[in-house]
Design a protein. Sequence first.
Length: 276
Amino acid sequence: MKNDNYKNECSPVSTHVSDETKTWLDNMKNKYSIDISTQLFYVVSKMIKSEKQLEKIVVASLLDEHESRGNTLREMASELGIEVNVNVADKTASRMVPVVNANVVDVFSKHKTTGVETATANIINKCLDENSDINTAMKSKLEEAISKTSVSDEVIDWTRFGSYRYSDLDILGMAIKDYRILQEDNLRAGFMNGLYASLHNQALGLWSDEEKQLTIKQLVRLQPKVCVRTGKQKTLAIQSMVRRLFKAIVHFGTAEEKMKLFGTSEIYPKTRKRKA
């Protein structure tokens, strides 16, 4: 199965990968008799089509590394009693008052539902489709469980999307184009109420603001979730905000935004069925 033609089109380079990735590469090597360098060639040639795309990925990774290193240094400085100046990004975020400060029910539960069989998931999806005109908290939780179950066998490093800006939407689309998350029924399903619709629309509007140039990590600070019982605010996880933006693009996004994320502009919200 090894394809030797690629050697005529490439130059050798050296690289390092995580121990986990090395295990995956070894498994593919044993299973398909394809050496590791060929596998990496397939991955790079599939994801990177131009120097501009490569530059975006490199810069985003450098920003992540810089931010992580800065946090470590600030913690060390705090322990040593050294006063640290807040960086520009943190100042910007601190000046921005959260746009939504209401008792919002958290529909993005941290507890991932696992172990649901495919047949059961199909039955639940069918029930949800047949009752698209009904909006209840229970239905919202069912949609959430099904959507998270559908990707339970896929490992996505959500934290790396924290530094992504609206201008990186095409890179984000390429990074997850082969994952089933973009086919989740919940993305096309309706909202539980008008507040949730406003939150999604607002998130996309803030993220696409050319003046603010917010990263997703900065965006989560502007839409905190509020515990109904205690009234305390908590910051959404990066994963929750990314999913919120995905759904917002389906319902409120432009054709260009849909093309960049989904690879097609022909994706629309589900139409609600009216009761007879």
